[in-house]
Ligand binder design. Sequence first.
Ligand code: NIG
Ligand code: FE
Length: 424
Amino acid sequence: MKTKGNIVLKNASELVTCSGFEKKHGKAMSDLHVIKDGAVVIKDGVIEKVGKTEDVLNGMDLTGYDVVDCSGKTITPGFVDSHTHLVFGGYRDEEFSWRLRGDSYVSIMERGGGIAKTVNGTRDASFEELVELGMKRLNSMARFGVTTVESKSGYGLNLEHELKQLEVTKMLNEKHSLDLVSTFMGAHDIPKEYKGRSGDYIDYIIEEMLPVVAERKLAEYCDIFTEDKVFSIEESRELLKAAREQGFKLKMHADEIVRIGGAELAAELHCTSADHLLQASNEGLIKMGEAGTVCTLLPGTAFSLKADFARGRFMIDNNCAVAIATDFNPGSCFTESIPLVISLATLYMNMSIEETITALTINGAAALDRADQIGSIDVGKKGDVVVHEFPSYHFLTYHIGVSTVEKVIKDGRMIYDTTKNEVK
Ligand code: NIG
Ligand code: FE
């Protein structure tokens, strides 16, 4: 439930503001705008004051506020998980073991496993089941300090079941304290009904699905899996242009497995973000930086698929705006773990912890076109912040694979507090 609170967090050893109202490119990703001995005041769910504790509290009447002492702690903005496949039915646990044995993601997909298996599971699941699963998954994400989650459809692959998934997302956004951003991804795979006829399926999406999703206002973004053996560059261009005409903002799954020019298309269309990019060309990435298209990297997926990581270092050195997200989904990356993606970004993608925090906050917000509302601790933004149990933000990578999150504040209300979670 969305309720708004009044809270004062004071005496933080480090207040990592990530200050800014737009995406950060290249070198700018390194500056976290840290305030030592910081405080933040949130009123009616909105950040009202930010600064040194002494200055912020000077003459302030604290009546009506919860006051939390954060001595020895670090405060960051709430994390923005800007790429997830949150709503799905059924799991693919045995497939994970096949991959451990050496089967590739694509070979499993070609045998009718992969996304197609989850399409069956999702079509079979009831609306209520999907809501219940979604609530649990959002709770798990909240415990990792996530306060905004993007959620894609794409396991229905026909009008009825894509709408069901999107309606579930809408319901979750109403019921849960986290904020959800909805993406329509009818072009996640070619459904069995259209096997070998990807062009016809794209026409069906454009003519039969997009208008209904738009009319019912069920999604803000349209996304597509632009990939060899899935949707070509031409099909992607056709769908994305049609989606834009119908009022959608654009995202892409681009150059994940085979380099087919997805990054170049994302730049050409000025998509809000293009995601994965493991195989993207240098030129394509540079063009994305110039176009202002956020490069969203999903290191958990590369890790889980035992693939080479996306070249985050190259992207930042070439002035791209990089975001990081989990890609939480039942196949290629079944994890909502923020500590995992932080470790992978810093240890395997050669990103600094400063760049990684920027990628999970203000640039994650920019990947959802919300850098003016969330992703930093600035006056006027939503009161979404996380208190970490250690005195410096360096612990977010130093404490490997373990969540540093102690308290999560959403819209000025404490929604999670580990200090209340006793082990007896
Ligand atoms: O982002 N690449 C395509 N889509 C998802 C995987 C979905 C699945 O395996 O179910 C991804 O990795
Ligand atoms: Fe994905």
